[in-house]
Every structure is written in structure tokens, then in C-alpha cells.
Design a protein around this ligand. Structure first.
Ligand code: ZN
Length: 241
């Protein structure tokens, strides 16, 4: 089975469509780690498109912000404005659907979670080498896929020692090692590469690799401006920050 693992779509329909087109011939099924909404101009279309296709979807902090009563004081002003804007556009069914998503799920020998598998509802970021290594005791599977930081990368633990691989990855999984993989962000990459990011997990071959996909950034940014969302959210798409 070949899985397309997506995270942090953030209402960016242009990026999502480009990723789904790229994944169509390369993968068999779709997994999603949350943050379908927030920041981008097409939350409804993104929720419906992913809900209709994904085998499993986990709950992100932006789902909690629009549907689950996360205190928005927790967010910076741009994220807060986007959450309020998004909430107005989702109907009761969407909000109920998003609220019911699980915080953590397992598919085969992988755990899926938006932020850290350790206390996932605290929304801790895994960024440094230490952040990742400390999280291995919080899950039992061989693999754990995460999102949230919008930065692709991986951590691995095994008898030959710990390894931290920041940036896009192309891994052949080694016997006896365990892995945490950040799949990157579809709709708002923050590693100075504006291309959409997602990850392909080929469970039969034992490989995990980041893919980058060019999409129509101009249209996505123009819709953000037209919708009355903060300009900063449009500008950052062009630089991938
Ligand atoms: Zn996010």
C-alpha cells in the first residue's frame, strides 16, 4: 500500500488540488494529519475534498480553533483573524464533522497525529533534534507521522544511534529503527520553499519520501486578498515562510 500523507492544508485549494493530482498515480490512498482550515480562502472546499477521499484524518489545532472552542488568545493576530473568518464560512455540519476528528490514530505500523504524540492536545511543536527524540516514548508503532510546524524532516532511533534529518527526506526504513516523520505543509510551507509539500509512505517497499509540488500561488494569494483576510497571509505563500 502506498499512502499520500498530507498535513496543514489550511484552506489552500490550489495547493491541495496540485498535491492530489501529483499523488493520484503515485499512491493508493490518502491520510491527513489535520489543519484542513485556517489561513486560506477555501476552507469549505478543502474540508469536503479531503473528507471525501481520506482513509483517516486527525484533528489539528486550527480545527479546534474554528470548531472546538480553543481560546483564540493563544493565536497570533493573523491566525486569530483567519480562524474567525473561517468559522463564519463553515456550517454546523462542517463544524460537527471537524470537532469529531480523532486527535491520534493508527494505520498499520504508523501513528498519525497533528502535533507531538506526547500530550497531542497541548499542540507542542517538534522542531529541534531533542524535541523529536523525547517524543518516541509516547507512541508504540514503528512510525509516527506528524505535521504542525510546516517543516518537513525526520527523527530516527535505533541501535546505531539517534539521527535527526531536517528538511525534505528520502528514507529507506531500516529494520530495528523507529521514525518520526514531519510530512511538511500542503497549503503553507514555511521552509522558504513555496512549493506544496506532502509525503509518500510506501509500506510494502519500506520507503518514506517528501514530495514538493508547484501550484498556482498567485491565485491562492489573490483569493486571500479578495476574501478580506490579512495581506500577510497572501504574501507569505510566495516566499514559503
Ligand atoms: Zn498548521
Amino acid at each position: 500500500m502506498r499512502y499520500a500523507v498530507l498535513s496543514d492544508i489550511h484552506g489552500n485549494l490550489e495547493a491541495l488540488e496540485a498535491v492530489l493530482a501529483d499523488a493520484a498515480t503515485r499512491t493508493d490512498t490518502l491520510l491527513c494529519l489535520g489543519d484542513l482550515v485556517g489561513y486560506g480562502a477555501d476552507p469549505v472546499a478543502c474540508v469536503e475534498m479531503v473528507a471525501g477521499r481520506a482513509q483517516t484524518i486527525t484533528y489539528g489545532n486550527h480545527e479546534q480553533a474554528v470548531a472546538g472552542g480553543l481560546d483564540l488568545d493563544w493565536f497570533n493576530p493573523h491566525a486569530r483573524a483567519a480562524a474567525e473568518w473561517t468559522r463564519e464560512r463553515l456550517d454546523e455540519d462542517h463544524l460537527r464533522y471537524l470537532t469529531a476528528l480523532p486527535l491520534i490514530a493508527e494505520v498499520g505500523d504508523a501513528t498519525l497525529v497533528h502535533a507531538s504524540p506526547d500530550r497531542p492536545d497541548e499542540w507542542d511543536y517538534l522542531i529541534s533534534a531533542e524535541d523529536g527524540f523525547n517524543a518516541f516514548s509516547a507512541f508504540a508503532t514503528r512510525l509516527c507521522f506528524v505535521g504542525h510546524s510546516h517543516l518537513p524532516g525526520a527523527w530516527s532511533l535505533g541501535s546505531s544511534g539517534p539521527e535527526h534529518l531536517p528538511g525534505s527526506i528520502d528514507l529507506s526504513l531500516e529494520r530495528g529503527r523507529r521514525y518520526i516523520v514531519n510530512v511538511g505543509s500542503v497549503g503553507q510551507p514555511r521552509d522558504r520553499d513555496p512549493r506544496a509539500a506532502y509525503t509518500i509512505w510506501d509500506a510494502d517497499r519500506g520507503t518514506v519520501s517528501t514530495r514538493r509540488v508547484v501550484y498556482d500561488v498567485k491565485t491562492a494569494a489573490a483569493k486571500i486578498l479578495r476574501g478580506g483576510l490579512p495581506r500577510f497571509l497572501a504574501d507569505r505563500l510566495g516566499v514559503g515562510s
